[in-house]
Design a protein. Sequence first.
Length: 562
Amino acid sequence: MTPEPSVESLKALARTSGAETAAAKRELVEGLAKRERWKPAELRELHDVLEFVRAYPDDERVLAAARSLAATLRERVGRVRDGAFAVPLFDSGVPGSALGHPFSFDVAVELVRLFPGALEIDWDEWEDDAAFTDALSIVLAPGEDQGLEEEGLGLRAWCARCRPTTLATDLEFLLGLFARAGLEPRVRAQLWDACGVPILYRLDRPGTGRVELELADAPLHFQSTEIERERFPLPPRIREPLERRKPLGRAAARRVLDVALAALSARALEIYPLTFASEDDVELVDCGRGLAIALVGVRPERRSALESLQFFLVVKNRVPIAYGPASVLFGCCELGINLFPEFRGGEIRFVYAQLMRVLHARLGVELFFLTKYGMGEQNDDALASGAFWIYRKLGFVPTSPEVEALARAEEARMTREPGYRSDRRMLKRLSHTEAVLDLSGGRCQPLELGALGALQSRFLAAEFAGDRARASRECTARVARALGARDLAKWPEPERRAFTALAPLLALLAELAHWSARDRAALVRAIRAKAARSEATAARLFDAHPRLGRELAALASTFRGA
């Protein structure tokens, strides 16, 4: 009797490739598709291995078989649920399952737009809604809040009575109340987010489950040979030129952003530069071998005053496999690639090299660095993935001499004792350092933004008694005079906003008015570029400025001695 195909057998084959492997892999997938009886934990494992097979398909037939089986998962999950969400599937991202997460206001609004009816207040998990009830009184019509106070009614019952019949869920009703309240967007979102509203997200619609997500605009490449894990030096790859392309049109950009949002939300994740992404600043870069990187800018009104913040989504054969933020300033970029766990064991060096190549080509990055957190300090996920050794093998160098010495001792032990690996305790010791990969020859140095922020707060307290509104007006006028920006009032509103945002920091530069006319004009151009369709130009103009980076670094250094 032929044994029933198992998920374990497919897992053993998933990361190998070749003609013989492809046939065996396809037969396994097709055999698994015929299985009728499944345990919830088995469906979760099947889901994850199908994600990898879709990202690294041997050929068209393997891909078709994987897609076909993936399309049946929602029905299979429904059979094992028995009317409730099976515990092994909760928070799994598997189609037909559900997850719980206090999504931020802006993310919840977007998810409701994409998947109406799929999200609801998780009333069973909301133990104390008093703070939200207080916040709700701000957005209701005068006198309505008294209805909330009716004895024995409660928020859930109030929603049941007051929700329009045209709305599918209480969540949509409450989001709408906040959206139409006339509050400033940041205040509105902060008011909602501070309440920690528990949300149940049912992955019962096509495109909600992790394994269903594909970016159709991205390239396709079949893995007919073993996955390449070559140990090539990174700098030459990073410096390889990229073909210049225009940003995507709005429709194509919206598809990228929707896939990215669904991919992260199915994992109960969200990230600022995606939440406030600009449809006008999305580029999809074909990096070869089926790898594509979507580089996304932030909307002008949500941009940082100084650094240029980007979101990136890495897709392999149209399947999202990694994401992260990139914060670029003066040629430096804090790097943090969040590789989804089911794709570990792939071509990690190639992925990192291509991401850094894109950031180098598009934003002029010459130095990539990692914080202690990125190396694993107080970061369990980074410790579990062995982040220190991943980055060391990529060529990142610890800034701490003590950690460098410790790493060399570990490497010597690995040579003496084949099979030895650093344990968690050692990885914690290795995490107490930043790390850099420098292509600038020492020209670029990360700026201490935290120190600058603290100095700015002290300045506002000392000179303006903490009156931020007055400080903003007076610093803007003072810096405009220093830079010769006499026509500031005639600038487009986004450019004026960028100028005003940076003015309190620039007001700390005592010699600003005495800079050369050329240096002052260059700074004005950089600031105005912050309001452009893409921040890429601003990133390059700030990096190219002959004085600004140096003087801000000197200013930051005074914080430590203060």
